[in-house]
Design a binder for this molecule. Structure first.
Ligand code: SF4
Length: 429
């Protein structure tokens, strides 16, 4: 009888796409997939370092597994596993900890572990992680998250991602195209390009040092990637998951505005509307540049949906600084916010910065911006009432209802109708 495996993702869409790929890889090795709530022979948890409670969540999940399937092998991988392997190995019930370079070698590692032995750690120095492994999710076949870039060379003072995922590296354009064609052949209509620092897409680089830097400036970059993808048949829609404002060039904005396949939807991290705080965060732009980007997008695509990441309660953020962020976002023509409350991360520069903002004030600021986000979303949606836009409906029947998104990311919910499943429908909002 085949062995069974159940997988669980904590964190972002990139993690989600990697978990999907690990699952397919294990299926290829003869494993049968089970839901995480079911009994399985092997459980894999793909962890995140950004969530506040990675540690707590991981412990809770392992306890649940132990109650349900005490003999099952428990594997922990992902960002948290790379950052704190010893801590994870010490959690009772964990059998195998796989770092950033080893997660896709899971099948080989599983052959080496036995339940009852102390947890095995397979992890290397993050500096040595060079390889890029493409992955994509295939949960609901309508919208697929395709990883085309990994890691980050930036050094934002609050962020542990470069320590967890390593240096910036990408797939080749030809390989991305091959993956997109294969996904299209399975019937998917929309692909979301994902990465850690997606705008930093560059040629795969086996070289080191100066020659490598010279090669990087040539040919393959994010703009050439989307130009090539635009020509691929079979996929009707592409979205760009998130792109740093300093890498979102005028050429990219112009290209998207003329493209039939790249949707009028951007997600652009801002993090703070105060230049002082942006400096402390070591972000690579000031708010003027951000204003310019939004201005250009809205001039070229007035109906474009724009999402913004923002962090509240960063060390040194005074009431005035927060007010400046609020005012900046309030007057900006954007559609919604993702608000994060700052929390200290071990081994980051920001964790040593003073003065820290009391937790209750951080939470209050979060509430204020969430409220603003709600209003922005209402305003953006209401402005489209009466318009007809193209909606791609998902295949899931959610208690008799179905969901879909317009080209500019307005969510539509309507009674389930199988004729619309995975189809693009002209829809009056
Ligand atoms: S750009 Fe900054 S916040 Fe984003 S992954 Fe890189 S270091 Fe982290």
């Amino acid at each position: 009888m085949n062995k069974t495996v159940a997988l669980h993702t904590l964190g972002c869409k990139l993690n989600f796409s990697e978990t999907s790929s690990i699952g397919r890889l294990l299926e290829h090795e003869g494993f049968e997939k089970r839901d995480f709530d079911e009994v399985a022979d092997v459980y894999v948890i793909n962890t995140c370092s950004v969530t506040d409670n990675a540690d707590k969540e991981c412990r809770m999940l392992v306890r649940r597994i132990q109650r349900k399937a005490p003999e099952a092998l428990v594997v922990i991988t992902g960002c948290y596993a790379q950052l704190k392997p010893q801590e994870i190995a010490a959690i009772p019930g964990v059998d195998l900890v796989l770092g950033a370079a080893e997660k896709f070698n899971i099948a080989a590692h599983l052959k080496e572990v036995t339940k009852g032995d102390s947890a095995k750690i397979c992890s290397c120095d993050i500096e040595d992680v060079n390889e890029f492994t493409a992955s994509h999710s295939i949960n609901d076949r309508t919208r697929i998250f395709l990883k085309v870039q990994d890691g980050c060379d930036y050094n934002c003072s609050f962020c542990t991602i470069p320590m967890a995922r390593g240096k910036s590296r990408s797939d080749s354009i030809s390989n991305v195209i091959a993956n997109v064609e294969a996904i299209a052949a399975k019937g998917a209509k929309e692909i979301v390009l994902t990465g850690i620092n997606l705008g930093d897409f560059r040629p795969p680089n086996p070289l080191k040092g100066e020659i490598a830097n010279a090669v990087r400036t040539e040919k393959e970059n994010f703009l050439s990637l989307i130009e090539e993808l635009d020509k691929v048949n079979g996929i009707e829609r592409f979205r760009i998951s998130s792109i740093e404002p300093n890498l979102l060039t005028n050429e990219i904005i112009e290209f998207v505005s003329n493209s039939k396949k790249f949707m009028p939807h951007f997600h652009i991290p801002l993090q703070s509307g105060s230049d002082k705080i942006l400096g402390l965060m070591r972000r690579r732009y000031k708010k003027d540049l951000y204003t310019e980007r939004i201005g250009l997008i809205k001039t070229m695509m007035p109906h474009c949906c724009i999402g913004v990441d923002v962090i509240v309660g960063f060390p040194g953020e005074t009431d005035e600084d927060f007010q400046e962020t609020f005012n900046f976002l309030h007057q900006l023509d954007i559609s919604y916010l993702h608000v994060f409350t700052y929390s200290e991360r071990t081994n980051t520069l920001a964790a040593t910065m003073k003065p820290v903002v009391p937790i209750n004030i951080r939470n209050e600021r979060n509430k204020v911006l969430r409220n603003l986000s709600y209003q922005k979303m209402q305003y953006f949606t209401n402005a489209h009432i009466g318009q007809t836009r193209k909606v791609l409906f998902e295949t899931k029947n959610r208690n008799g209802m179905m969901e879909g998104y317009t080209d500019n990311y307005i969510k539509i919910t309507t009674p389930f109708n199988e004729v619309w499943e995975n189809n693009i429908v002209e829809w009056k909002i």
